[in-house]
Write a protein that binds this ligand. Structure first.
Ligand SMILES: C[S@@+](CC[C@H](N)C(=O)[O-])C[C@H]1O[C@@H](n2cnc3c(N)ncnc32)[C@H](O)[C@@H]1O
Length: 247
């Protein structure tokens, strides 16, 4: 089953990439739009329910705002809330985020299990970044929120890390932009490297499902094929979008 959730104002809801913490709308509006998106995911069978702790989400947001060095990000407050909520609801034991730049996208996922927003205990949460300097900064950022090491950054090619990962992958978050000839098309390589270790109920989340849809054509064809994924929802609550697919 493939489906699209589109908020009424997805085209006009815009952020300044250099001011990631600026409030873009009243909190009730943000919560309402994300709730609609979660409901669409529940109806498609991607999520079992839509409940998450709003107070813990805000504690997570506050920690990221205060502790993270973020040169820029395209993760809107709605997307941050959505990523946190999906992880809080599914509670994956292992999660890998590929192409995490300064780590903000990674912690938006991992923050459901570590730091002040934690609502469950995870085993291994990996953020993978191919540029060593970015990986270093991301690791510094993550250590400030999670001293335990459950969440950590690996400086490597995500295709290799996902291929070599031992054990089930409960959630895979894709945000890497490959070499110019490939761009976001690398998502399919990363997914296929770990597909055989994604158990039933596991999810893959692909950022930029809207603004990079052209480059993601093959990827989207793969996750929309019912032989590969049970359901897939394009969640369009901002101009970037997130395709969420469940095995
Ligand atoms: C555009 S950034 C993602 C930023 C994110 N959307 C945000 O708004 O914060 C993509 C990152 O993927 C990294 N990357 C590219 N290819 C990769 C690969 N094969 N493995 C891991 N990281 C990769 C790049 O170095 C870059 O930091």
């Amino acid at each position: 089953m493939t489906k699209t959730y589109r908020s009424r104002d997805c085209d006009t809801y815009r952020m300044d990439y250099h001011a990631p913490h600026r409030e873009l709308e009243p909190p009730d509006r943000e919560i309402g739009v994300v709730q609609e998106a979660l409901e669409a995911l529940r109806e498609a069978g991607v999520l079992p329910h839509t409940e998450y702790d709003h107070g813990k989400m805000l504690a997570h947001r506050k920690a990221a705002r205060e502790l993270f060095e973020i040169p820029w990000t395209a993760i809107t407050p709605r997307m941050q809330r959505l990523l946190y909520a999906v992880n809080a609801i599914l509670q994956p034991e292992n999660m890998i985020a590929a192409g995490i730049f300064c780590g903000f996208t990674f912690i938006s996922n991992a923050g459901a299990a570590v730091g002040p927003g934690a609502c469950y205990q995870a085993k291994e949460l990996l953020g993978v970044e191919i540029k060593p300097q970015e990986a270093e900064r991301a690791e510094r950022n993550v250590r400030r929120i999670d001293p335990t090491g459950v969440a950590r950054i690996v400086a490597a090619d995500a295709v290799d890390v996902v291929r070599d990962f031992q054990g089930p992958i409960g959630a895979l978050y894709l945000d890497a932009d490959g070499p110019p000839e490939k761009g976001k098309g690398i998502y399919l390589d990363i997914l296929q490297a770990g597909y055989d270790r994604m158990p039933p109920g596991s999810v893959v989340m692909a950022h930029n499902s809207v603004n990079c849809a052209g480059r993601l054509k093959q990827y989207l064809g793969f996750v929309h094929d019912p032989a590969n994924f049970r359901a897939s929802v394009n969640v369009i609550l901002d101009p970037e979008g997130l395709e969420v697919s469940v095995r």
